[in-house]
Design a protein around this ligand. Structure first.
Ligand code: GDP
Length: 366
């Protein structure tokens, strides 16, 4: 194997010697043109994928490289999982370069959503996390919402510089770049996108007219979101694919809601109020009495209460107690799974999730 070649899907250098390493192609496929690695081939044709880890340390040093250059940084975040899709400490690694934040997956939100309000929330949250965005654009890379605004804002802000597209795994970077290429470039869809975290293995450089380039960076995996723990088949069950239709439960004190076998809310104290669940439609939600909750959990987890079908690899459940005393609607957020908007009542709530999964309370965004 003398020539060097790179996978058309994920950009990894191809090799024929080690099937367990990235970039593997069979010797017969190697002879063909426009080869994709076996991993991308499987994703495209069978929808299956092997997990690839991106060490946060390695990723941060890649980000540091950006800090040594003049560039526009485009950080893609998943609006459905904002906290879990943020790159922690990004502002410390990219020097003085401006950051454009693209809030992706807007198509999952109800049509009635107030985009300006959502945008302001993204601004505010970014600032709280240490970033003063040069701009914020909300989009759906999959559906093409506001896509001219995306392209125009990138062009305006880059001022002749390279563009680095960064984000955690699965926020939609590849989908975004494919759409940019399709709508504004000459090429066809070339980057592999997949519903599973961590598809883009290596950087992909896309030349721009002025000799600069768009660089698609691999994703950093955050182990504190639920989507990283369930297996690929079950990930489909917890990932919303289209506009979320919230499910409303009127709960009284002493009631419990299960979210499959992944999370549980115990309403400890407070008057009757609505709990509005923004999650994948296919996720099974079950209500019961708190006094029976432990027993039902033990008996039915992995069966009626699933995913996960198999909890052997799951961390033990951990309780987070929240005292809601602001008299305003608040969201109980479970990273990678969605959120539950409460009513305005003062209340005490226990939220149970596998240990290590990020949870938080925020003022309601919808
Ligand atoms: P990457 O890991 O950041 O490159 O993400 P991908 O582009 O591979 O996308 C990850 C998953 O999110 C795939 O299942 C995509 O179909 C999905 N996705 C990407 N953009 C959107 C979007 O705008 N809306 C929705 N609902 N899903 C999206």
């Amino acid at each position: 194997m003398e020539r060097k070649a790179w996978c058309e899907g994920c950009g990894t250098e191809l090799q024929v010697s080690d099937p367990t390493r990235p970039g593997y192609v069979s010797p017969s496929a190697w002879e063909r043109e426009n080869v994709v690695c076996r991993r991308c081939f499987r994703i495209r044709h069978y929808n299956e994928v092997a997990k690839v880890d991106h060490q946060p340390d390695m990723y941060l040093s890649m980000l540091q490289e950006i800090g040594n250059r003049e560039a526009l940084v485009v950080q893609v975040v998943d609006l459905f999982d904002f906290a879990g899709s943020w790159i922690p400490g990004i502002h410390r690694h990219i020097g003085g370069n401006p950051i454009l934040i693209l809030g992706n997956k807007l198509d999952l939100f109800p049509k009635s959503v107030k985009v300006q309000r959502l945008k302001e929330w993204v601004y505010r949250t970014a600032k709280e996390l240490g970033v003063q965005p040069a701009d914020v654009v909300l989009t759906s890379a999959a559906k093409g919402y506001h896509f001219h605004e995306v392209a125009e804002t990138i062009e305006q802000l880059r001022q002749g510089r390279d563009v680095y597209v960064v984000g955690t795994a699965n926020v939609g970077k590849s989908t975004l770049i494919n759409r940019l290429l399709r709508e504004f470039g000459s090429g066809e869809e070339v980057i592999t996108t997949s519903p599973y975290p961590g598809t883009t293995l290596d950087t992909i450089q896309i030349p721009l007219d002025d000799g600069k380039q768009i660089v698609d960076m691999p994703g950093i995996i955050r182990n504190d979101r639920m989507s990283e723990w369930v297996d690929p088949a079950e990930l489909n069950e917890i990932t919303p694919k289209r506009e979320m239709k919230p499910k409303v439960y009127q709960l009284q004190e002493g009631q419990t809601l299960y979210f499959g076998g992944l999370a549980r809310i115990d309403y400890i104290e407070g008057v009757r109020q609505p709990f509005v669940c923004y999650m994948a439609h296919s996720l099974y939600i079950h209500r019961t009495k708190l006094e029976n909750a432990d027993e039902i959990w033990k008996k039915h987890r992995g069966k009626l209460l699933s995913p996960p079908k198999n909890d052997a690899d799951f961390p033990p459940m951990k309780r987070h107690r929240f005292h809601l005393n602001k008299k305003e609607k608040q969201d109980l957020v479970i990273s990678g799974l969605g959120w539950v908007a409460t009513g305005k009542e003062i209340s005490k709530i226990d939220l149970w999730v596998p240990e290590g999964i990020h949870v938080e309370v925020r003022p309601s965004i919808l």
